[in-house]
Write a protein that binds this ligand. Structure first.
Ligand SMILES: C[S@@+](CC[C@H](N)C(=O)[O-])C[C@H]1O[C@@H](n2cnc3c(N)ncnc32)[C@H](O)[C@@H]1O
Length: 219
């Protein structure tokens, strides 16, 4: 099925998403910079834009910048004075992302904080308020990032956690893979959390079989 998933994503890109020179340049710079090919797909990036626009997001927090592709998709859905605060461990990834975001004309909307995200959570002010959180960094830390985001989410905001299905390994209760365990932990945390209503969308496409958790913060 893998090649069919690619063909359908190709068609969706042509029929629905259209041309995206900034996005293409960002992905090309990632490849040229030797960054891993683990950004969201174009269709998934558009989903992030659609969701950000749907909640009229002004402020976004992101965990896992890579070369800035998802950051770009989020930033361009914000008003010009909106902001994405994004955490990235790798100095090299952050430099590639900074150049990409500046070239796309959204650099003024993005603050990249470089280092272990857990060590940088204190840089979020207590009175910071976010409309959308996108969690896509080291998967074992999913629950920590979820909790950090939830203390600063406005009612009606969205928390999105990427790569939670992991080719179906999510269903394996005995998995020894820390990334699967991190996904199961955050799903079970969210499932018990009365502050949110959530679901998981299973996805196929050019990035294989995976899925996103999407939670809306209740009033
Ligand atoms: C899946 S990639 C992010 C992809 C990006 N969101 C996109 O779709 O374009 C994960 C990123 O998280 C970063 N990362 C890994 N562990 C981290 C940590 N502990 N703190 C902050 N960033 C981390 C990696 O260096 C990598 O760039």
């Amino acid at each position: 099925m893998g090649s069919r998933w690619h063909e359908v994503d190709d068609y969706i890109e042509r029929a629905v998403l259209g041309e995206d020179p900034d996005g293409e340049r960002t992905l090309a710079a990632q490849r040229e910079g030797g960054l891993p090919d683990i950004a969201v797909s174009r269709a998934q990036g558009r989903l992030l834009s659609v969701l950000a626009r749907s909640v009229r997001a002004r402020r976004v927090v992101e965990f896992g910048t890579l070369g800035g592709y998802s950051t770009l998709c989020l930033a361009r859905a914000l008003p010009d004075d909106g902001q994405v605060v994004t955490f990235e461990l790798s100095d090299h990834h952050a430099q590639v992302a900074r150049a990409n975001l500046d070239a796309a004309g959204v650099g003024h909307q993005v603050a990249i904080r470089v280092g272990l995200a857990r060590d940088l959570l204190h840089t979020l002010a207590d009175d910071d308020e976010f409309d959308l959180a996108f969690i896509d960094a080291d998967k074992p830390s999913n629950s920590a990032y979820y909790e950090a985001a939830m203390t600063r989410m406005r009612p009606g905001g969205l928390v999105i956690v990427d790569n939670v299905v992991r080719g179906g390994a999510l269903a394996d209760a005995d998995s020894s893979d820390d990334r699967v365990r991190g996904s199961r932990a955050v799903l079970e945390r969210v499932g018990r959390d009365p502050r949110v209503e959530a679901t998981v969308i299973q996805t196929v496409g050019s990035k294989g079989y995976d899925g996103m958790l999407i939670a809306t913060v209740l009033d």
